[in-house]
Design a protein around this ligand. Structure first.
Ligand code: PMP
Length: 432
């Protein structure tokens, strides 16, 4: 219930006093409740949620099917540690996620709790299998805040600064970026440069990439890039890992973004929306790679927790029943059409409207020049949107990208309301 003394300002003051300043805070808002694609704060103010808890709420807030599944599970048992006492839901979820990964080969799957842990474990299985150390990741990529996650991440400030040394043998290639003049060939050449300058391919265990860079700015890897990487990995016995932590679970219009590649990675990571808000991440891949670590080498106390498995199984049902993949494509088209219209109306500041499925972004620039990123305008836009009741996230190597990760259960009416606010906020931010 609302308590009049609890305001966003008073709670922020307590937050500042008790929590370290390195813990970011997008908005000075404390949430009271949320439903679908809407949120209400402790002061009763309503917001449309275009952030989805950073790509976690594809099935929306407080979905009744997820709540019911978790309630049923909670009344039976909440924790045994899967490696001590097993439960069927873990195995059932693994079977179902395996069936959804592309590639005509025998696959296995296991669970952790966070995206970063999934990435850590993808590297562990790749190293154990290949008996090699090297890993190639990409500039602008984001893979988490653990030491390996940071090492793989291709952005120093704020993710890596002050936290080294990092695990060795990690190299960064260039990610294709049409807008900023990095062709697929340039990106492939940069891998060859690593082979020439830093490490021979026979010592590289894995190449890891996001099919669409999330934190990096929603740049989409063209399928021909993935196909070339597949060829390269086959040639040198390197494990190809798709980090689908942000792109997975229907965000891009298919269950996994790599389904749109035309080739299959060897290992994928999932987290975020796969369990609709419960901490669960998955590592799925070729059975022989997944079986490489010795007994006891994989696992974790909370990994694949029963509540999270129950929620994830309900997510799969909701996707089926509510046809959320079709909805993801439709939402993506609707957003893109609207934002391209806005680009026409407000010339000079929108360098690009891009994305895959419902993973859509707006890149902002100065003086119609895509090479002059406008981080200030982007920040003002987020503030103006918040004032008008819309939560949007920014991202990008130059902090000049607005990304939309709206829950896929959003109605057209709420989606349009959010887009209208976004347009008004951009007009206000430009005028300011
Ligand atoms: N990989 C990708 C692609 C991500 O987007 C993220 C989170 N933004 C992570 C890994 C790390 O996930 P987590 O924060 O759950 O550790």
């Amino acid at each position: 219930m609302l308590t009049p003394t609890k305001t966003n300002a008073s709670l922020m003051a307590r937050r500042r006093a008790a929590l370290p300043s390195g813990l970011g805070q997008g908005f000075e808002i404390f949430i009271e409740r949320a439903l679908g694609a809407e949120i209400w704060d402790v002061q009763g103010q309503r917001y449309i949620d275009f952030a989805g808890g950073i790509a976690v709420m594809n099935t929306g807030h407080s979905h009744p099917a997820l709540l019911a599944a978790m309630q049923r599970q909670m009344e039976r048992h909440t924790h045994t540690c899967f490696q001590v006492l097993a439960y069927e839901s873990y195995v059932e979820l693994a079977e179902k996620l395996i069936a959804k990964m592309p590639g005509d080969f025998y696959k296995k799957c296991f669970f952790m709790s966070t995206g970063a842990e999934a990435v850590e474990n993808a590297i562990k299985v790749a190293r154990a299998y290949t008996k090699r150390a090297g890993v190639i990741a990409f500039g602008g990529g984001f893979h988490g805040r653990t030491l390996m996650g940071m090492a793989l991440t291709g952005k120093v400030v704020p993710y890596k600064a002050g936290f080294g040394p990092f695990p060795a043998e990690i190299y960064h290639a260039r990610y294709p970026n049409q807008l900023h003049g990095v062709s697929v060939q340039d990106a492939l050449d940069s891998i060859q440069a690593i082979f020439k300058n830093d490490i021979e391919p026979a010592r590289v265990a894995a190449i890891i990439l996001e099919p669409v860079q999330g934190e990096g700015g929603f740049y989409v890897a063209p399928p021909e890039f993935a196909q070339a990487l597949r060829k390269l990995c086959d040639e040198h016995g390197i494990v190809l890992i798709a980090d689908e932590v942000q792109t997975g679970a229907g965000r891009t219009g298919t269950w996994l973004a790599c389904e749109q590649w035309g080739v299959s990675p060897d290992v994928i990571t999932m987290a975020k929306s796969v369990a609709g808000g419960m901490p669960l991440s998955a590592i799925i891949g070729r059975a022989e790679i997944m079986d490489a670590p010795a007994l006891g080498g994989l696992g974790g106390t909370y990994a694949g927790n029963p509540m999270a498995c129950a929620s994830a199984l309900a997510v799969l049902d909701v996707f089926e029943q509510e046809k959320l993949l079709v909805r993801s494509q439709a939402i993506g088209q609707r957003m893109r059409a609207y934002l391209q219209g806005l680009q026409q109306k407000l010339p000079g500041c929108i360098a690009d409207v891009r994305g895959l499925g419902a993973m859509v972004a707006l890149e902002l620039c100065k003086h119609s020049d895509p090479h002059q990123p406008d981080a200030d305008l982007t920040k003002r836009l987020a503030t103006e949107a918040q004032k008008r009741g819309l939560i949007i996230l920014t991202c990008g190597v130059y902090a000049n990208v607005v990304r939309i990760l709206v829950p896929l259960v959003v109605s057209d009416a709420v989606l349009d309301e959010g887009l209208t606010i976004l347009a008004e906020a951009l007009h206000a931010a430009v005028a300011a």
